[in-house]
Ligand binder design. Structure first.
Ligand code: ZN
Length: 96
């Protein structure tokens, strides 16, 4: 996303004569992003990933129990990578 263009668009759509302080625009953008953003941050996912993967390996329905984590894993490649690595480790352990 091109922030400069977006700021220009916001300015013109609001018919502002004066410069809109960049801080105000950035604050506005942060609010917009916050609406779309997932409810759990990556660090929270990391903290709960062990539990999630353990549930998944033990055939409990992890995605049902912790849907926010499943949702985050679907949209966040970094956490998904971590999740798959953890899953591999636990599966290996389960075999031996
Ligand atoms: Zn993440």
């Amino acid at each position: 996303m091109n922030i400069r263009n977006l700021i220009k668009r916001i300015r013109s759509s609001l018919h502002l004569q004066k410069e809109l302080p960049t801080e105000a625009v950035l604050g506005f953008l942060r609010i917009l992003e916050g609406v779309r953003e997932e409810e759990i941050s990556c660090s929270e996912i990391y903290a709960r990933l062990d539990e999630y993967v353990e549930r998944e390996v033990s055939k409990k329905d992890a995605a049902q129990l912790m849907p926010l984590i499943r949702e985050h894993l679907d949209i966040c490649p970094e956490c998904c990578e971590e999740y798959e690595a953890l899953l591999n480790v636990l599966n290996e352990n389960a075999k031996s």
